[in-house]
Design a protein. Structure first.
Length: 273
């Protein structure tokens, strides 16, 4: 079973999957984000790149509801979600992972996935008392789906392992699998390749392509420009909290502003791999 099949059924958004306008965020008077504006095309993989300190993670935190903006607007499809709480945004289908994995370490790998769906029949005392058949049926379906995903993401044999005991690369895979378990429409990945070995980078890249094939829109922060060149359809460059440029990697390599702000030799070296 492929990751694409595992995520089938997520309804595509009918307009640009996401757009933000004039986002700003300051910390003690210093702007981490300063007027960022860009769109994330539906059904595509978009990379968010830029030098350290460009505001990339702050932008993702704002988009996902982990942090509020000082000004600006965010739209998920045609719905404005500016400064909505994270749980409410997640229920709209926008989910995210973290650069440093945030697994539920005391739970098993399987339990991490079972906890992922936002709305479960067993959360309601009324259902537990008066509709136990519904609760059992959904629990069975969730368990089947979780085991399928663990097979896809090469974690099945670790299903009963405490999540804290996984390797760094396995935790990255668990983060992605857990997000997929929640049936995202749009998935924000914060440096999914960071700290993993080169072989696993290629594997994660294929999983992300599978998500795209299944209709999930992806935006990823990534410093590995080789993988950006290989799998991303669209690239947004941030510098000093502003959107410096957007386009394909080939277009950006010929953009003098991007070359100047984001170490042109790094871009060219990444494209060569």
């Amino acid at each position: 079973m492929s990751a694409a099949n595992a995520t089938a059924g997520s309804p595509p958004l009918t307009v640009d999957a996401l757009r933000c306008e004039g986002l700003t965020k300051a910390f003690q008077g210093v702007h981490a984000v300063n007027g960022a504006a860009f769109e994330v095309p539906e059904g595509k993989i978009t990379a968010l790149i830029g030098p350290n300190g460009a505001g990339k993670t702050t932008v993702v935190n704002i988009l996902s509801g982990a942090m509020s903006s000082d000004s600006g607007r965010v739209f998920l499809g045609d719905t404005e979600i500016t400064n909505w709480p994270a749980y409410k945004i997640a229920r709209q289908g926008l989910l995210r992972t973290f650069q440093l994995s945030r697994e539920l370490g005391g739970l098993t790998v399987l339990e991490n996935l079972l906890a992922a769906p936002a709305v479960q029949a067993g959360d309601s005392l009324v259902n537990v008392l008066f509709r136990p058949g519904l609760v059992r049926r959904q629990e069975r379906e969730n368990a089947e789906r979780a085991l399928e995903l663990l097979e896809v993401y090469r974690l099945y044999r670790h299903r009963d392992t405490r999540a804290r005991e996984l390797s760094g690369g396995q935790k990255k895979l668990l983060e992605i699998a857990r997000a997929v378990m929640a049936s995202p429409k749009l998935l924000l990945l914060d440096e999914p390749m960071a700290g993993v070995n080169p072989a696993l980078i290629e594997v994660i890249g294929e999983y992300i392509l599978d998500l795209k094939r299944s209709g999930v829109t992806v935006m990823m922060i990534e410093h590995n420009l080789g993988i950006v060149e290989k799998i991303c359809d669209h690239v947004v460059v941030l510098a000093e909290g502003r959107t410096l440029a957007t386009g394909s990697m080939s277009e950006l390599r010929s953009n003098t502003a991007v070359v100047s702000a984001y170490l042109g030799e790094v871009i060219n070296a990444g494209a060569a791999h």
